[in-house]
Write a protein that binds this ligand. Structure first.
Ligand code: SF4
Length: 315
């Protein structure tokens, strides 16, 4: 079902522009071609306000001409992940390893892995490497998006990881349900239900417009398996850089018992400088959030700095 739905995603800009009823002048703000092409699930496109070029969903997923701006400090691999990456496996922090998945449900314009090579389709060598490295305790399935894998390979991967004695915990980081919540189908739920070791499910959400009852309906099924749900967000100029939006985002998550985990400072990836906020603005926003959110609902404001052994907590 979800695969059929994903076939309806927009990959063609002019079809999307017609769907959004943009004028010629509005269309001229966007890039006709990008090395990181348009990929936008229909349900997200359907939430974008018609005849508008300021919608927070449109700006997160559709390439604008601002991506051509070159800014000092913005580069292709700001976290220097390629140094730590062997095929689909990244080991940069102690005890944890990250497995990259081959594709995503949508292409986010600020993605810090947008310029990295496409991951390999199989995980055999990575599993072998994880088996050999007994210092590892946790494996994180991350972007691309692990939910872009079909249920059979995903089941094989999760069960293989779970069988490794030194792996104590698993984590799934995903943005997929925001675009296609039907991905959380019965078979996926039964795979999760089979796992004996703790699994944490981390949803990437940036704006309350990404939420709706369908999404929470499917996420509650994961919660029904006693799997903790967490959320991470990227702080983005023009998308969620105001207190009201962030409070609405976090209060909705808290009401759904999804715990705000990280608020990420934008990684300086080439083509994303228009999303960059000044340190002063970031600080003001974080301070305002601290005043209004309960302690358990306040995410850590963090930055990843290349070469550091953990994330840097900024607030
Ligand atoms: S879903 Fe995640 S990995 Fe995929 S493009 Fe968006 S931010 Fe990048």
């Amino acid at each position: 079902m979800w695969k059929l739905i994903s076939k309806k995603s927009f990959t063609n800009l002019s079809l999307l522009f017609d769907f959004l009823e943009l004028s010629e002048k509005q269309k001229s703000l966007f890039l006709n071609k990008s090395s990181f092409p348009l990929l936008l699930p229909f349900r997200l496109a359907n939430k974008i306000k018609k005849r508008s070029v300021t919608d927070p969903l449109l700006l997160q997923f559709v390439p604008t001409k601002f991506e051509q701006v070159k800014k000092r400090g913005f580069c292709l691999d700001p976290l220097q992940e390629q140094i730590f990456c062997k095929r689909n496996l990244i080991k940069k922090y102690p005890k944890r390893a990250l497995l990259l998945s081959p594709s995503c449900c949508m292409h986010c314009r600020f993605c810090f892995r947008r310029h990295l090579p496409t991951p390999f389709p199989s995980f055999q060598e990575e599993l072998e490497e994880i088996r050999k490295d007994s210092s590892l305790q946790e494996v994180i399935l991350s972007g691309g998006d692990p939910l872009s894998l079909s249920n059979d390979p995903l089941q094989h991967l999760l069960l293989s990881l779970e069988k490794i004695p030194h792996i104590r915990r698993l984590r799934i980081h995903t943005r997929f349900p925001i675009g296609i919540p039907e991905r959380i189908d019965a078979s996926f739920l039964s795979i999760l239900g089979e796992l004996k070791k703790p699994l944490f499910f981390v949803l990437h959400a940036n704006h309350p417009k990404e939420f709706d009852e369908d999404l929470f309906f499917f996420l509650r099924k994961i919660q029904g398996l006693n799997i903790p749900l967490l959320a991470q967000t990227v702080l983005l100029k023009g998308i969620n850089d105001n207190v009201q939006t962030l409070i609405e985002l976090y209060e909705t998550l808290i009401d759904e018992k999804i715990f705000p985990y990280y608020l990420h400072k934008l990684d300086p990836i080439h083509g994303s400088s228009h999303f960059h906020l000044s340190q002063q603005t970031e600080r003001k926003l974080v301070e305002a959030l601290k005043q209004q959110l309960p302690g358990y609902g306040m995410p850590k404001f963090v930055q990843e700095i290349a070469g550091k052994k953990s994330k840097t907590i900024l607030g």
